[in-house]
Design a protein around this ligand. Structure first.
Ligand code: DGY
Length: 327
């Protein structure tokens, strides 16, 4: 029996290719040179499966060129790069990789929070520049994370993992979410539900952890930044586009808020150059989930999703449940 064809758009780990190879004919791009949409369409025209990353746009125009396509397995939890409605219309399953990256992504949000509060990138540049002449009492004063108020907007799995870590820092945790959490979960996380405006008014650290969508586009703009404390620090490690970057740059320049820690940007990787000259921002290149074990787990999860779909099973992480296989 001929094996189904899977196109893998970007480099993955050898064990992922090995696993896929047991079930499929694998057309992999292990050279890791990003493929254009036309190149993906060319490779995908007779394939049954696509394993892609968040940098690949899977839209109606691409899908129209792939008559045999049955499943799109994203190597990410977020799937705003995929037009799910267009996949639904063609009966194509879409899968993502929830769960395996929660802790690593929460760790990175905390890394940005601590680094921003203690001005780590500024002081590192200072010491590397050979400018350190000795200890001074008022040198490089930062702000405390411990006993401060953490405000999490978007209290899904990753938001909860971020909140859980706050206990060790004796922080007060407030949160805002589309739907309020169960009282039991709130109690376990020691988290208090507040309106978004209350969160802006009270939080010392505002962390964003909601998915990107039309509804969350520019959720944080000039008006929202103006509602935050002048001492507030904003952390975005979820998706570019949730924050209006131009408005944030203006707020950081004007001192509307104190600082920001950012892992994601509008138009990645061509971030707004305004960020580069600001001292009160800590920048990282979309590495929230990037630890070796987590990235291996994400690739394997995506591969398992694709293989399940190709072998007639329901993928464990199906985004469009209407295509659940009858059991
Ligand atoms: C995701 O999974 O959505 C992350 O942004 C990838 O690092």
């Amino acid at each position: 029996m001929t094996k189904p064809i899977i196109v893998v758009t970007r480099e993955v780990f050898d064990e992922t290719i090995g696993f896929l190879g047991e079930h499929c004919t694998v057309e992999a791009n292990q050279a890791d040179v990003p493929l254009t949409t036309e190149q993906i369409a060319g490779r995908l025209c007779s394939a049954q499966a696509l394993m892609c990353s968040l940098t690949d746009r899977v839209d109606a125009a691409l899908i129209a060129q792939c008559p045999a396509l049955k499943v799109v397995a994203n190597i990410a939890v977020g799937y705003n790069n995929i037009d799910v409605a267009a996949c639904n219309a063609r009966g194509i399953m879409v899968t993502n990789t929830p769960g395996v990256l929660d802790d690593s992504t929460a760790d990175l949000a905390w890394t940005l929070m601590l680094a921003t509060a203690r001005r780590l990138t500024e002081v590192e540049a200072y010491i590397r520049g050979g400018d350190w002449t000795g200890w001074r009492l008022k040198q490089w004063l930062g702000v405390d994370v411990h006993h401060a108020t953490l405000g999490v907007i978007g209290m899904g799995r990753i938001g909860q993992a971020i909140a859980k870590r706050a206990a060790g820092f004796d922080m007060r945790v407030i949160y805002h979410n589309r739907t309020r959490l169960d009282v039991e979960v709130e109690r376990r996380l020691n988290a208090e539900y507040v309106s978004q405006d209350e969160l802006f008014a009270q939080a010392d650290f505002v962390i964003l952890q909601m998915p990107y969508s039309k509804e969350t586009h520019h959720l944080i703009g000039a008006a929202e930044l103006a509602k935050m404390k002048p001492s507030a620090i904003l952390i975005n490690s979820t998706r570019g586009g949730v924050v209006d970057d131009a408005a944030l740059i203006e707020a950081l320049r004007a001192g509307t808020i104190r600082a920001a820690g950012l892992d994601v940007f509008e138009n990645e990787p061509r971030l707004n150059p305004g960020f580069l000259s600001l001292k009160n921002v800590v920048l990282s290149p979309h590495i929230g989930s990037s630890t070796e074990s987590t990235r291996r787990a994400m690739a394997m999860t995506a591969a398992a999703n694709a293989v399940a779909a190709l072998t007639g099973a329901t993928p464990p992480n199906l985004v469009n449940p209407e295509f659940r296989t009858a059991t």
